[in-house]
Design a protein around this ligand. Sequence first.
Ligand code: ZN
Length: 342
Amino acid sequence: MIIDCHGHYTTAPKSLEDWRNRQVAALKDPASGPLVSELTISDDELRDSIVANQLKKMKERGSDLTIFSPRASFMAHHIGDFQTSSTWSAICNELIYRVTQLFPESFIGAAMLPQSPGVRPETVIPELERCIKEYGFVGVNLNPDPSGGHWKEPPLSDRWWYPVYEKLVELDIPAMVHVSTSCNSCFHTTGAHYLNADTTAFMQCLTSNLFKDFPTLKFIIPHGGGAVPYHWGRFRGIAQDMKLPPLKDHLLNNIFFDTCVYHQPGIDLLTKVIPVDNILFASEMIGAVRGIDPETGHPYDDTKRFIDGAQGLTESDRRKIFEGNSRRVFSRLDTILKSRGA
Ligand SMILES: [Zn+2]
């Protein structure tokens, strides 16, 4: 089985975006905004949006199951207040749930959280619990920067975030550390802000004792870990100067990296530097980079090809990256798959 741990519903019917635009347009007078009930999307519309896109590519490229969450750049936690995010998250998560009900063999949910700048993180817990317990989701996306590129919240190692971690640990749910749209013109959303955030999240964990306080907390740092694998020597050296344990002991029981790196040399480096047990297959397909690489003739986001082509991986390593590690990190997914006899 091949599990893609990082997919977003980037192809949702246009009426979703239209509803959001109306919500945003009414921010100054929410009473004039759209009702949730005004958004109607039929099962056929959902089916069409998946069959012609994600599901088609999954079949073509050979992946079986995608951990699927709302479109990351549309989370836009910086817009409005907690109530704005709360309503928007509930709508987006429900659509993901409906997709998982229409295609239970191919998609399983991960939640977007109703974060809002400056609002205490424990306010996301009711939506988090609803998604896990009622919708059967197996993960969440946690945004370390709800301000959208201005970094106004405390670092992920701060006690500010601890109530969320306590809930994640209680439910045995990993968090993918995933920012949303940049509203800081210095940072391109997918080209800079995402990768900055991946690197920043790793460094915030490195310079803290977060995983001493939460030994079973699990973070997935997406997009191949930003700059982390490439600069592994720098990070090891900084930890050493700080008299911290080796990174393997300090962080790698808790931090995992995905394979959303869109060329072979990048995957070769990732798999050479980071232990195989810490790498989870992912493509984030139909996402940030949708074109064909003229150097190879293949889509940039067809990442399975790079795992297949990575030198030095054994078949057992590939099984871990494609399936075993995701089942270990997303333990609720493993339970579901076992109940289906997989
Ligand atoms: Zn993503």
